[in-house]
Design a protein around this ligand. Sequence first.
Ligand SMILES: C[S@@+](CC[C@H](N)C(=O)[O-])C[C@H]1O[C@@H](n2cnc3c(N)ncnc32)[C@H](O)[C@@H]1O
Length: 268
Amino acid sequence: MNNLVITTGLRNSEKVEDLALELSNKLKLPYLPREKQSLESIRQRASAESIILVNNNRLSLVTNGMELFFHPGLAKLRIKELQAGKTDQMISAMALSEGKTVLDCTLGIASDAIVASYIAGSLGTVVGIEASIAVAEIVSRGLKNYHGERPELLDAMRRINVVQGDHLEYLRQLPDNCFDIVYFDPMFRKPREQSSSMAPLRPFANSNPLSPDAVNEARRVAKHRVVMKENRFSQEFKRLNFHTIQGGRYSPVAYGIIHKVVADNEIP
Ligand SMILES: C[S@@+](CC[C@H](N)C(=O)[O-])C[C@H]1O[C@@H](n2cnc3c(N)ncnc32)[C@H](O)[C@@H]1O
């Protein structure tokens, strides 16, 4: 993993310092008091590549001038479009509806998980697995504490269970058919140029290709389908045996589907 150090914003309080210390103990990372130093000098003193920055209202990860923090913006937009009756390609690929259970094996900044949680509703379940310790911490705190949005968005966020770890290890411990849908959105083999929302995540993300073992485990764990998001023309669909591919006609991304059940209209 990227070497990390924890510090606070310039204007901090005792509460912020306590949180920085708590994180330092929990994540086993060094904490350097800010003491009016620049972030660059903190980074150099700690010989770190990146900084976990603790402020009054948010936690963020800073690398090379880029800042990664939790924000439900993208999910909010997609939920608005769903409410206006538009199609969300991920939701269609998952054939997701109220009450279903989703295992998101690549949580990232949780945009997809929030949209899935909104549709699955309070009768459904969304569990998100994230390999990066720092990303999992920032996102799980954000999902729990972010406020100032409409209740249906906040409820969808609060319902997501975050697990920090490797998805293959997690999948191996699960019984057969225990989630309706298992979802993968690995870091694209070829990053999309316009995907600026992924740029600050990249230094922390596990960028390994999705393994055939993980897909096989997902197939065992999923009751209905396994879904993978990738670049529209990616060879990953073929390599990992996702034979059905769907997505918006003009979208640069597509969703590969492995059906566990013969046809959707046969799903109870
Ligand atoms: C493209 S991002 C996912 C973005 C996410 N779908 C969203 O809406 O924000 C991929 C994420 O999956 C994580 N990841 C990759 N391999 C993983 C693994 N084996 N186990 C758990 N997380 C993994 C990466 O660290 C990264 O945060």
